[in-house]
Write a protein that binds this ligand. Sequence first.
Ligand SMILES: *[C@@H]1O[C@H](CO)[C@@H](O)[C@H](O)[C@H]1NC(C)=O
Ligand SMILES: *[C@@H]1O[C@H](CO)[C@@H](O)[C@H](O)[C@H]1NC(C)=O
Ligand SMILES: *[C@@H]1O[C@H](CO)[C@@H](O)[C@H](O)[C@H]1NC(C)=O
Ligand SMILES: *[C@@H]1O[C@H](CO)[C@@H](O)[C@H](O)[C@H]1NC(C)=O
Ligand SMILES: *[C@@H]1O[C@H](CO)[C@@H](O)[C@H](O)[C@H]1NC(C)=O
Ligand SMILES: *[C@@H]1O[C@H](CO)[C@@H](O)[C@H](O)[C@H]1NC(C)=O
Ligand SMILES: *[C@@H]1O[C@H](CO)[C@@H](O)[C@H](O)[C@H]1NC(C)=O
Ligand SMILES: CC(=O)N[C@H]1CO[C@H](CO)[C@@H](O)[C@@H]1O
Length: 555
Amino acid sequence: SYLLFVVTAFFAGLKRSLPSPSKEQTTLPTLQCISPLLKTVEETPQPIPAKVKGHIPEWINGSLLRNGPGRFEFGEEKYNHWFDGMALLHQFQLRNGTVTYRSKFLQSNSYLTNRQHNRIVVSEFGTLAMPDPCKSVFERFMSRFDTPKPSDNASVSYVVYKGDYYVSSENTFMYKVDPETLETKEKVDWSKFVAVNGATAHPHYASDGTTYNMGNSYGKHGTRYNIIEIPPQKSNCSDTLEGAKVLCSIVPMDNMKPSYYHSFGMSENYIIFIEQPIRLNLMRIITSKFRGKPISEGINWEPQYSTRFHVVNKHTGEVLPGQWYSKPFATFHQINAFEDHGCLVLDLCCQDDGKTLATYKLQNMRRSGVDLYQVYDSVARTFPRRFVLPLNMSSDAPVGKNLNPLPYTLAKAVKDADGKVWCTHENLHPEGFENFGGLEFPQINYSQYSGKKYRYFYGCGFRHFIGDSLMKVDVETKNFKIWQEEGSYPSEPVFVPVPNATAEDNGVILSVVISPNENQSAFLLVLDAETFKELGRAEVPVEMPYGFHGIFRSH
Ligand SMILES: *[C@@H]1O[C@H](CO)[C@@H](O)[C@H](O)[C@H]1NC(C)=O
Ligand SMILES: *[C@@H]1O[C@H](CO)[C@@H](O)[C@H](O)[C@H]1NC(C)=O
Ligand SMILES: *[C@@H]1O[C@H](CO)[C@@H](O)[C@H](O)[C@H]1NC(C)=O
Ligand SMILES: *[C@@H]1O[C@H](CO)[C@@H](O)[C@H](O)[C@H]1NC(C)=O
Ligand SMILES: *[C@@H]1O[C@H](CO)[C@@H](O)[C@H](O)[C@H]1NC(C)=O
Ligand SMILES: *[C@@H]1O[C@H](CO)[C@@H](O)[C@H](O)[C@H]1NC(C)=O
Ligand SMILES: *[C@@H]1O[C@H](CO)[C@@H](O)[C@H](O)[C@H]1NC(C)=O
Ligand SMILES: CC(=O)N[C@H]1CO[C@H](CO)[C@@H](O)[C@@H]1O
């Protein structure tokens, strides 16, 4: 049984019944302990049938491929950060109303080496590998002077380049995988093809198949943010990233403290890069091993910097001269971006502070009771917000006036005397949305509406460290629909269109729902994307940790 709230109607009642994060309360609310969803599991290499309840439409023909951490320790040594776990690849195959499930660990060097030694040999984002205890004291001391070596644990998402499937995190290595068997294929090193030290796990796809991504380079001229273009087709069958090129390089505000970015925006003609005050302190990162700290401690929220938007012409690589700024905010996921009347409309999931990365340590997430609530409550919620950047500003555009001409949005863009344009967002949600934990993991009907004016996005509500509801937001009315069930934690919702769809939301939403309750089996949930009502679910008696991102591959 599911609960379906049409929020405008139920909102007032909910506001009263939900725990309020107010500090005046004498007894703090508690949260369910999710520790069982953050523990090492076995892989399920052979497909097993799922038990279908309700009805899964026969027309869904393909697989939901998902990525996320699946192993959190080797021998006695444990990872510290949620992002450190070894990548476990999941596949839910849907065919003619039936579902099968399988999973395999990515056979990365990190995974194989750690397993062979039965300890953590390769440092991860939040875990510094300790020196080999068998080395001499001198060797152990000297090994601290090495700069951290990149891990190849590609646990964040699935991406597609030239029609091939890869798993990716944010560093220089990706793995090609077979989407049918989940077999690990070749390892691909970005830096062999283009002068970058890695690329994000969230590329953008143009309609002709050209892929865009971003990565940093640390060369003799200093740090640069680079926009990368990957051609749509292979020139021969063994191709990976051949033909990739840097379209444009952007100089950071501060060379030794470039921004961290997890994704970027793309409209029909422009790439939008957001230089946010989550900063990589290169000095601290380079010396991290010497100081005995993991890389994560070199990443800090530095709100003395503003957030800046850079806009690049996708066809020419030219950086537009405008200077668009906003008060500091942090963003991990872009929702969509489109052009209208000489403006860029940019929808993002935003937080007012960027300390989240530091809080998502496994020991925090595994707490229970009031302790758990207190750490959760210290993390800023994420909200969908709209910014408008006027692109065609003549030098005589008036100072101090709102330059946003679009009647349907309250976002503001005001020019200062020094030529900088300060952008203020409009909330893409109704008041009181914080009671649902805000929204993250945004998804849209991508192939049809990416870069275009659109109406709906989907995401997870976060009344916990992990998603605890699914939402559909109408950007025109700001109304939203929600699916939630007690003790259930759904993954990033993926939209799959019905064949010959005529409306933006003609299709289904797929999400993997897991629970720490022993009796509650994991299941693939299928919602009607239009009504947000459950059509069916496919239960699999397999333990799965909470993962990150996924993709639907049609057959
Ligand atoms: C799909 O399943 C139905 C029964 O559920 C069966 O009658 C039909 O033949 C199947 N179609 C295919 C293409 O397998
Ligand atoms: C699903 O796709 C496969 C591969 O293209 C095809 O062989 C099969 O008939 C399709 N099944 C249904 C039910 O459409
Ligand atoms: C494919 O292209 C790559 C580089 O462009 C080349 O090194 C390789 O030999 C080619 N392979 C075949 C089978 O033609
Ligand atoms: C804005 O400028 C671009 C390029 O200069 C031009 O193509 C476009 O027509 C202009 N749009 C408006 C609404 O002025
Ligand atoms: C998006 O919606 C259109 C209908 O407007 C549909 O034809 C298309 O397949 C959808 N694409 C995706 C990826 O959902
Ligand atoms: C979709 O349209 C194609 C061509 O117009 C048609 O052959 C096919 O039967 C349609 N599929 C469905 C499910 O309506
Ligand atoms: C799980 O199921 C068993 C037997 O069906 C029952 O005794 C137990 O109370 C259930 N536990 C929970 C947490 O629901
Ligand atoms: C050292 C390193 O780059 N580790 C990566 C392992 O994978 C996570 C994502 O799950 C990345 O955030 C880390 O950077």
